[in-house]
Design a protein around this ligand. Structure first.
Ligand SMILES: Cc1cc2nc3c(=O)[nH]c(=O)nc-3n(C[C@H](O)[C@H](O)[C@H](O)COP(=O)(O)OP(=O)(O)OC[C@H]3O[C@@H](n4cnc5c(N)ncnc54)[C@H](O)[C@@H]3O)c2cc1C
Length: 715
């Protein structure tokens, strides 16, 4: 393992030594090119902006939208904000008032529904918006050639995002990415003791991951080769199958509307006539999702499902509110939120709790209501097909995506990657301007067993909570700054990942599955993924075998990846006991064929306190992208899924690879902006799809109403 890393580094070093002058020339040409493009693109941008404004006006006029008029009406008829009443938190609002609010929002929602219904968008491609950071300096301000030494600490998605942005910026920068893992480049697979490739957790890629999709395009990877098709996911409880999540981007009219009482057939023929196809149309959210609960929820009574409407209202209020409103929701637990908005106990216990346990890795009583609503909106409510998810088709995330990215950055951009190196201290100095500056990063190299130092002009801390705690504990200069010491105080969540190898193929209803409400989980969330179904063409590789060594009559059985989240109750169990719980209790209770299958091999990995925990009240402690801020410490930025992005906030939320990746771009863009006066190319960030009209109208209406109502359900 170490030999491969050192050869990669040696290659990088030698290319740096031999390619200096050519690279310098290339870079100068590049900078001149960027300068030209920057000027030209500003002119183009002005023209495009004018055309867009005009187009928007035409569209607004052409849109015979009575709901827009309604929204305007609400806005116009409301008194000015100066008339806003004082919010009396002690005062109770009657249910009639709440009903009025609901009615208003329902009208807005219905308005959105009506305006969208005939359009039948079926989006094969995700529509994205681009918002670039600004180029740091104008062409006139270019200063003399300077070499910058940037260090990125942590090589998860956040660190790779930062390393990519810094390396591709066009600056004359030496970028070093340091990680404690032996090989963060993904070149060397992690193997179990019996030589089978394993991975900590099975990761899904949801519909709105535009920046990871863009990465595939940049690397010349075919998304259909990297990812499986979008797949169904099933929920199993001790009572059996609870629900299945459909794939909306491939749904047919029959698959969603069969079983819808009374109106099912009418809707089918109506939609078929309008669209001339048997595909289920893209309806305004959450209409399609609500309809799909009829055929896809096996047990949960309709009345319980209907109680979800309270959560929709809370989501509109929270996500459309100011930062202050979001902080109020952040202090509340999701459990309290569900109680106050009258969600049924059964809806919470049978569906929301298991969903949160596998989505944010904690039960509702331990989660921030704000982050829960962000998650539910992003993954399930924003668009009908938001929950469509796909998986890695061959091998692992590391070898499918990280490895080609790492190879490209190392070969073409001279990125240096230091694996097996644990960062200890980041030292700061005070400059003449009174601002602090990180100047040195020290790390322990496990290969040489020595402490090393590296000088730096800027650092991106792309660490999770556990890594942050260890770095801040050994960095007294950083620990003096409240932003970092608060971030280091946040605790993480325990996770256990397992691989099970069976003697036969087991068929399941869907390849991705969730365990719900099983006693054997001991409070954890659980999932199981049928890797042989995700990766049927790589079965030999899943078993750690050479495909040519498989005999004609030999049939390899199922390989199942099982993850436990919030796994504190299982961490003290032995590996054997954990495997026994899975094979004797959980798997056969969900899918009875597991009872007949024989376990051939297994692997268990335990990861204590490593995953970001969005606990109630944690928002304020999560590290901001800007670290301590450009007025105090301009050259240390933060990246990772738990980072608050401020005015650069992205639509991807929760424990999410896309969010971590984007935060890396943004942290690097900000670092370059604050540390160089040279022209650089900020990394482009693709936005997720725009909010739908009915959501925007709901927010607008709610904000008007909330000028007069105290938000008595928050504190
Ligand atoms: C079991 C599991 C399942 C998941 N499923 C999904 C999913 O289905 N879809 C999805 O999008 N997301 C999923 N996620 C979440 C996703 O993987 C994370 O949000 C994302 O990987 C976070 O990236 P990051 O860069 O913020 O942090 P990390 O990936 O945690 O990276 C931090 C890095 O810092 C390094 N480090 C720590 N301390 C030091 C130190 N002192 N010196 C040097 N290096 C250090 C670590 O080795 C690590 O590589 C899952 C996560 C887990 C654990």
């Amino acid at each position: 393992m170490s030999s491969s890393i050192s050869s990669v580094q040696a290659a990088a070093v030698s290319s740096r030594q031999t390619g200096g002058s050519t690279r310098q020339r290339r870079r100068q040409q590049w900078v001149a090119g960027v300068a030209g493009v920057a000027v030209a693109s500003r002119h183009v941008a002005v023209v495009v902006d004018r055309v867009a404004t005009l187009a928007h006006r035409v569209a607004t006029l052409a849109h015979s939208s009575w709901q827009l008029q309604l929204a305007n009406c609400i806005a116009v008829s409301s008194p000015s904000t100066s008339a806003r009443p004082h919010h009396n938190s002690g005062k109770r609002i009657s249910t009639v008032t709440m009903a009025g609010l609901s009615l208003l929002l329902s009208v807005a929602l219905l308005g959105g529904v009506l305006s969208f219904a005939p359009s039948f968008r079926r989006t094969g491609k995700i529509v994205t918006q681009i918002h670039d950071s600004e180029v740091s300096a104008s062409v006139d301000e270019v200063v003399a050639d300077e070499t910058k030494r940037y260090v990125v600490v942590g090589a998860g998605w956040g660190g790779w995002g930062a390393a990519k942005a810094l390396s591709e910026s066009g600056l004359n920068a030496q970028v070093t990415l340091i990680d404690a893992l032996p090989d963060p480049t993904g070149a060397m697979p992690y193997l179990s003791s019996t030589g089978k490739p394993v991975e900590a957790g099975t990761r899904g890629f949801w519909k709105d991951y535009p920046n990871i999709n863009q990465l595939c395009a940049e690397l010349g990877l075919d998304e259909d080769e990297v990812f499986t098709p979008f797949t169904n996911s099933s929920f199993y409880s001790p009572d059996g199958l609870e629900a299945t999540a459909p794939v909306f981007s491939e749904a047919t009219l029959d698959s969603i509307l069969d079983g819808v009482p009374l109106l099912g057939d009418v809707m089918k023929s109506g939609f078929a006539q309008l669209s001339g196809s048997d595909e289920f149309p893209q309806l305004p959210s959450p209409l399609g999702q609500v309809l799909a609960t009829i055929p896809y929820f096996e047990r949960l009574p309709i009345a319980d499902r209907a109680s979800m409407v309270g959560l929709l209202l809370a989501t509109i209020d929270c996500l459309g509110g100011s930062d202050d409103v979001k902080m109020q929701y952040d202090r509340m637990t999701a459990h309290e939120l569900f109680l106050r908005f009258k969600l049924s106990e059964r809806l919470v216990n049978d569906f929301l709790k298991p969903t949160l346990l596998v989505g944010l890795f904690k039960p509702p009583e331990e989660l921030s209501a704000l982050v829960v609503m962000e998650l539910l909106y992003y993954y399930a409510l924003a668009h009908q097909d938001s929950f469509d998810v796909r998986w890695i088709r061959n091998g692992t995330v590391a070898d499918s995506l990280i490895q080609p990215l790492a190879a490209k950055l190392i070969e073409e951009r001279d990125l240096t990657v230091l694996g097996g190196c644990r960062v200890n201290e980041i030292s700061l100095e005070k400059g003449d301007d009174g601002k602090l500056s990180a100047t040195k990063v020290s790390y322990f190299d496990v290969k040489t067993k020595k402490m090393e130092e590296i000088e730096t002009d800027g650092v991106v801390l792309a660490l999770g909570c556990k890594g942050m705690e260890s770095v801040i504990n050994s960095s007294p200069d950083l620990a003096r700054l409240p932003v970092f010491s608060k971030a280091a105080s946040l605790k993480g969540i325990d996770v256990i990942s397992c691989r099970l190898y069976f003697d036969r193929k087991i068929e399941t209803r869907s390849p991705a599955n969730v365990f719900s409400r099983f006693e054997a989980l001991r409070g954890a969330g659980g999932t199981f993924f049928m890797l042989d179904q995700f990766q049927p063409d790589s079965l030999a590789e899943l078993w750690g075998r050479d495909p040519d060594s498989i005999g004609v009559d030999e049939e390899l059985g199922s390989v199942v990846a099982c993850d436990f989240y919030n796994a504190g109750g299982l961490m003290s169990c032995s590996d054997e006991d954990i495997v026994r719980i899975l094979t004797n209790e959980l798997l056969p209770s969900a899918v009875c064929q597991f009872a007949d299958a024989k376990l051939v091999d297994s692997w268990v990995g335990k990861y204590g306190g490593t995953v970001s925990w969005f606990s109630p009240g944690s928002y304020d402690k999560r590290p901001p992208l800007e670290g301590e801020g450009r007025n105090v410490l301009p050259n240390v930025k933060c990246a990772g899924d738990w980072v608050r992005m401020g005015d650069r906030e992205h639509g991807a939320k929760g424990l999410c690879q896309e969010r971590a990746f984007v935060s890396g771009f943004e942290a690097a863009n900000s670092l370059m902006k604050d540390t160089t006066r040279e022209i650089f190319k900020p990394h482009q960030v693709l936005a997720v799809r725009e909010d739908e009209l009915q959501f925007k109208l709901g927010v607008q209406a709610n904000n008007e109403v909330m000028k007069y109502l105290p938000r008595f359900w928050t504190r």
